[in-house]
Write a protein that binds this ligand. Sequence first.
Ligand SMILES: [Zn+2]
Ligand SMILES: [Zn+2]
Length: 1183
Amino acid sequence: MEEFLKHFNSDSRAEQRWLSAVYEAVQQQLHPLIDVSLGLSVARLSLAVVSKVQTLVGSDAGLPVSYRFVSVSELIRDQRTACCSSLRWSSAHYQEQARGAELKLPAYKALPRDNLLLIGCLCDGRAAGTSDGVWRVRDAGGSVACAMLKSSCLWLGRLMLFPSWNYIPHNAPAAGYLELLDPPVCVTLEAMAFDPGGALSEVLSVTQAAELLRQRCEGQGCVCVSGQVSVVCPLLLIRGKQFFCLVLREEGCSVPVFITEAKHQFWRQCVCVGQSVWISSLRVCSLQGLEGQRVLTDSCQSRLHPQPQLQESCEDPDTHTDSTSADTHPCSGSGVRVKRSTLISFKGTVTKILNAEAGLYELDGQAGLCLAYQPAQKCCGGLRPGAEIQLHNVHFLYRASPFAPHVVLCACLRSSLQVTAFSRLSSEVEVSGSHGPLRCLLLEKNLGASQYLWLCYCQNAIAERLCPRWVRAERVCVVAERLLDFVCDAEPKTQKKRNIYREMIQEPHQCPVTTFCVWWPSAALWSVRQLSDWMRREVWESLSLPSLLPPSAAHMTALELNAALSWSVHQVPLTDVSPESPLLVGVLELDSTHATLQLRDQTHALNCLCVSTHQSGARTAHINTAWQGCLVCVQRCTLVMERFMKTQFPSWKHLDQSTYIKHKHCRVYLQLCVEDLTIISPSAAMSRRERPSDGPESAKRPRADAAPERPLTPAACVSVLLRLESKQGVTLQNGSAQALGLQSCFVCRAVCLGDVQSWSRDPTNGRTQEHERHGDTQRIDLHFMGSCVRWFPVLHPGCVYRLIARNTEDVSVLQAKGVPARGGVTQLSSPALLVQPQWRIHSITEELADVQSAVPVLMSVSEVLHSSSAPEIVSFRGVITQRITLQEDNGTKPRIQSLTAAEDAGVEQDLRVRLTVQDADGPGHVIDVYVDLSCGPYSLGLIAGATVSVHHVQRRVSRACNVYCRSLPISCVSVTDLTSVCSRSGVAPSPPPMMLLGEWASGRAQCCVLAQVKGHVVCVLSLRLQWTCSLCGSIFRQTSCGRTHPPCDSTSAVFQAEAKVVVEDGSADAHVWFSSDAVCDLLKLNAGQWEGLQRHVKVKGHVKVYTRGRNMTCDEDPDDAVVQYLSRLCSSTAVCRPIHLTCRLRAQRTGKSQLRKLHRGQTEFICKFTPSLQLHCKHVHTQ
Ligand SMILES: [Zn+2]
Ligand SMILES: [Zn+2]
């Protein structure tokens, strides 16, 4: 030490202290590395170090006492954050560099600076026991990987001072690495001897070497070849042997050289494309993997000598970024376009790491870089945001995937990537040394670039939306793979077997990236939230008020108008949502609040209305319990958006003023057909159902993707087999003591098919056992309350279920108990069972032999209409043709603050609708069903076109003898088919039948409610035209309402008309009522005449003419011009003409026949008159 310090006697105390520290560090860390034969003392070594440091800092600057000597082990152990250090930079220089780098990529911060002094031996890892081609910096304490911009073989094994470097730590311990910004400076002074290696031989040019390879003579000696490097392939590890390949080129000739010696693997860092080199002691050998192809390989004595750079590949690599002759040819049959990629060189800056594990980066803020076709690098080698890189022989892909940048540069086994400037920015680095699951899939399935990019996109989406709640992190890739299989379907996504040697050296170059599919697969995965948001936007964007109104809107009063606007529905098929045909991926779960099935992911949940297209009544067609928990993919479904509005429009003329909309909200949900659901990952119950044989191994492992629910310890349980007979609607009831307020509940009637069974392990939905059917069948009521209401959508009358109570052996748990009779009162109701929240219900889908298919037969609409023996409570099926929201009862009914209403505020309260249900087979039979939707969770799918089964409604007969139905709290309207809605074929599928009036009037059973009539207008009995105040309904004259007590200040009026006409068709005559628009059609007026008539009527406000004798007259002013005109018009042949109408019965049963006296001359007759048929004209068919 003294010997060393005496050289610096003149220095200050601080400098002395620094020098002592350097001496100690050299003694501990560096001196042990020096070969003893050199006889270098610690003092001399320290002196050499200090002199090199001084040279670097500048001799006039003095000693850099602010720099601390750091050992490699200390760096790895203590440095947890990335940092940089440079002996050369002044503070100002560093600040300027940092600011410049941050300006380019504002999302990142510059690396903080530390004043550290790093000295070590450069080695290739063999000293550390590996020869992976990675350079390392070593001192006595340890070694660390390092990346360099340019390296020389001459540096190997030498003691070096590193002037400027970045240290990037990894999340894993001891996995950090160094980025050497400046070339290292040699500390020791020993002469660098020229070592040609092996026997010196004549240097061959590439042309000569190529000729040598063509000759088929064996036993060649070693050769030395010089040429320009045109291809540097990545390091490959095959069967434990590491090697890389480079191609030397000269004037159109090329020779591949394989570097296989472990001690030469570090050369990979020393060569770059465009460099001229000569390599000695190469041997000729033939490649096993490539028949007939002979290549050069290195030998033990080989040496790599770079030649002085004549020209640094004069072409600017960045220039040819355009694919010149990218010929596209559509794949046969499918609509997928396949394109050839071009090979280019590129220079750019890494701006973002898109997915390090998948090998995806962003270059220059716009292009993508895909390194997945190259082996994963152990050390990330400086590929961080801000790094400048140069790529050679990369594939230029344009529009390979809609979910990647338009331009993607894809590196393959022939491509080389070289960092030309390290990033000065700090960034997270996470590189797993091994292949990630995505890259494994790429190799396994031999994916093309387009498919791989889609797979990465899909993997991201799944991880974000379903992991960890439904899909375990390690299974995300498996799910993504299944989705890829689903979207690629039968498309040829795998190419022929790969041959890596051919990919590396054959010319012209062929590899998996040579061709790619243009924007395919293009399926976008939408999250449930994204779709829900889209629907909520679309529901109001698509709103056009006039389109919601019937053609007679102009004749509607404010009350009618606002009622018509209060509810409307908008439906869009999922495929129409966006051009790239979105896919939904989610888990089906049951929701107790809405008593629906929901499609869920971690972003949101959407209610679903699940039906099947089968009309055969096949039981499997119903959505059953096994679907619960299935991860499904939906490509086809209908998005339904129901709008609810409270409006106060005075008349139709004000529709453009949105201020009259006082409140609006919507309900959005999906209509799914079970057949359209694709299972990506089945629930345990579903996978059991799919392999009923219980074979030893199955392709689809049950629920392997999901987080394990609970350990599968065999738990005792009891079960009972049930067949559901009927299901009541969900309604609100007073809850039990624990649950305050109202809670939803429903009741099912079921038949127990056997006694309660005890099991040692849960039978779930497995095959039924013989003993389960022993015992008496018993009819019971199942009560579902609170959270048990979730079972509602999967319970269907006629189906068989197994009800299971777990963790008990007590069979009495599932035994229904009758309510004890009190005071001698006989109990009429069946024994009841209150379903507990922890119980499970499983659909049994196998056919049970002796359980008669007991799907209760439903009545048809015409049976309900005409059967005199129809019970008071009826169930029937039909097709909804119309839905009308009824006006609110002005508080006549106590409002139920339902749970659901409280949950989503502003939801419709006291909502009652009238559904017009048509007979599925006889379009002439329609019945009105009045449904109160406010007494339970909202019923989805009650829209025109839906086939419904209406259960437990009250059949009633009106004063006009019309049959209608009213819902009761136990009623349940369930949608069974949406085919007509889904296919958007429109409502009212077939026209009502043609009918003779005599036939219709006879009132025989099964007569229609709706029918077409062809007849002749005999006369107009009466015609009333009136301007009506749209607010109060009084007569409106000129510009003011006629109401005086209290005065009405309304300024808007609507024109209304009504006519009563006798029509006969030879078989009988009928009284037909026409209103408003139909009157215009009846009178055969054109638009101008109709408007003129309205103007004339406006003077008095109303006019009414009626038939007296042969003429028409009026009470008030028979000589009025309008009256005269109307009288003449009504008796003209224009009106009294053959006519074709669609009519609805005003009263379904006509009154009794009447006897009337008639005089004909002197004779008096007593005749029996059947009262005329009373019809309402729905439509005048124009001839
Ligand atoms: Zn390639
Ligand atoms: Zn009025």
